[in-house]
Design a protein around this ligand. Structure first.
Ligand code: AMP
Length: 398
């Protein structure tokens, strides 16, 4: 069902509560180390300014657990946003209360106000009705641009929508839903998904949802070892989820003769220690010695995965192929990221789920060469699982 978007709203002279995702990483000096989420929210903010609306921005940052904590203040974001926008951003030290209401009432057309971290109040995550009411107070319209928080039914993503007649998607939200939604509902084929990361348990619902939908499902990362064990192979000291062996067996069985080609690596990089500088070797998947650890996919697997990707028209990627944080174990992840950049140039649509695969794309400087890098790790994962995101469901239907 299509949702109302920011383009459907009359913004002039209106107080617009804009839920953004400014949950950005900060270093120990409170400097923002990655501002992708802030930059991605600019089009919606600029639209409100341009049309003479009054933008009231709210977001969470980190996990302050319901109490004001200096290190999770959005004050540095207000400064950074001012620079990015080239337009003043007012900042207030709370997100609800009489003082906030007063500032909301005195805003002029085209002004921007950033409220303090929503999670300084425990009521935000509890989706408390009264807190949501206070957040919505003195506001006329609601726009949600925080895709990264849309999988949570919190006061600022769900509760607040009950106090507005019009709840619309911002441009970033629209973009995320468009890319991820089209990939799942109407992909150009061949449609290939690449799944990696640490554990099967975190990705099982995605695998289940994508089996049958995709033409090929390429699996890497730590989860391959539980699959190998399910085949009865030795995996040395590699990551094993013993309680997921039956699940892995079931997936392997389901994939047989199915529409989706399930591809596991044929070789792996193994290390004698789980750390930089460890001794490494490449071995076939049946040949992992007892005290070694699988840390990346091997060169033959990289070649096979690249071959499948070369003809793909739509690709979704979630989860690194190996322990990419350690340089020596990052080749598989880097090769996949580069392969995605190459096929994007040839016209394929490539989508990278947030979290670690987005971090990998950034690490290899390929952000601009991928069709869409999602700003939401958990949210994109739940979307790929086929779940309805509460923050999206709560938006007004057209
Ligand atoms: P996830 O959050 O489930 O996507 O997992 C990401 C993490 O998986 C990264 O921190 C990787 O270092 C880790 N990972 C990838 N491959 C392996 C592996 N072979 N063994 C252990 N951890 C891995």
């Amino acid at each position: 069902m299509p949702k109302l978007t920011i383009d459907d709203l009359h913004l002039k002279g209106k107080n617009v509560l804009l839920r953004v995702d400014f949950n950005v990483p900060l270093d120990e000096h409170h400097n923002i180390t990655d501002d992708l989420r802030i930059r991605e929210s600019l089009p919606s903010i600029q639209k409100i300014i341009r049309e003479g609306g009054r933008a009231i921005l709210c977001s969470h940052l980190g996990r302050p657990k319901g109490k004001p904590k200096f290190e999770f203040s959005l004050a540095p974001v207000a400064k950074h946003l001012t620079n990015l926008l080239g337009h003043p951003v007012m900042y207030i030290t709370d997100c609800i209360g009489p003082q906030v209401d007063q500032v909301k009432q005195t805003l002029k057309n085209g002004e921007v106000l950033l409220l303090e971290n929503l999670r300084f109040h425990k009521e935000e995550e509890e989706n408390d009705r009264e807190f949501a009411r206070q957040l919505a107070a003195r506001c006329d319209l609601y726009v949600n641009d925080a895709f990264g928080s849309a999988h949570r039914a919190h006061a600022s993503t769900e509760g607040v929508t009950h106090f507005f007649k019009q709840n619309a998607a911002g441009y970033l939200m629209q973009k995320e839903l468009q890319y991820l939604g089209e990939a799942l509902e109407n992909p150009q084929r061949p449609f290939v998904a690449i799944l990696g990361g640490a554990k099967i348990s975190g990705k099982i619902d995605v695998i289940e949802n994508l089996l049958g939908k995709t033409d090929a499902l390429l699996i890497g990362g730590g989860m391959i070892f539980t699959f190998f064990k399910a085949h009865g192979w030795e995996i040395g000291k590699s990551l094993l989820e013993a309680d997921r062996l039956d699940m892995a067996k079931e997936i392997l069985k389901r994939a047989q003769g199915g529409k989706t080609r399930l591809e596991l690596p044929v070789d792996v990089l193994i290390a004698d220690k789980f750390e930089a500088g460890a001794k490494t070797r490449t071995v076939g998947v049946h040949e992992i010695p007892g005290d070694w650890i699988g840390v990346d996919i091997g060169p033959k697997s990289i070649g096979a995965f690249k071959e499948i990707l070369s003809s793909a028209k739509t690709v979704v990627w979630n989860g690194p192929m190996g322990v990419f944080e350690i340089e020596d174990f990052a080749k598989g992840t880097e090769a996949i990221a580069r392969s995605l950049a190459e096929i994007t140039q040839k016209g394929a649509t490539t989508i990278v789920g947030g979290g670690d695969s987005a971090a990998a794309v950034k690490k290899f400087n390929l952000e601009d060469k991928i069709t869409h890098v999602s700003t939401g790790g958990g949210a994109s994962l739940e979307f790929l699982e086929g779940k309805v995101l509460p923050g999206v469901a709560a938006l007004t239907e057209k």
